[in-house]
Design a protein. Sequence first.
Length: 197
Amino acid sequence: MGDIKSAREIAMEKIAALGEPTEAERLEWKYLPEGEKLAARYLKGDVKLSEEIAKFDKKAAPIITRAVSVVLIKNISLPKDEMTKKTNKIAMEGLKSIKMEKAKVEAVLNQINQIFTHFATQGEQQMKQAYEVVKQDFQAKVEQALRQQMGSNAANMRIDIEKQPQFQEEWRKVKSQLDGQYITVLTELKQQLTLLN
């Protein structure tokens, strides 16, 4: 029978097989979290990105910039409320200030703004129309079920459809589908931003 190794021994063998980390890996381990913290401080309005990034040496600055960029891009989302609109604006301004391919970044951000404008105008109108359709459809189903169960007594019953859990669930599904169309396009544009320097 062979020797049975402990979990610690197996882990130590795996670590030894990995070898020593490269200088680039060490720099990333050190500076990626720094960049993420910087992005969070920037989103709160505490710092100016270009000034803070300039404080790092030439090896660290690109890593910091990449980490900041990732966090800012993640913070861009559909403008469903004023806070999200404000965060989007701050994140986009930050990306413009740190990305090198300014014209390409500006073009993608313009496309994102067009999606946001469409979402705020036609998207909201689509939501209202869809809500009414779902409500009417659900109302008809409930009334039919009541007639089947209660016969003529059903005419006297009044049910607030919008407060019914089944209605809320159905509306969430429809709303998710409508939002999904915008989210899909937004995700593609955010991926384009990620690829730009």
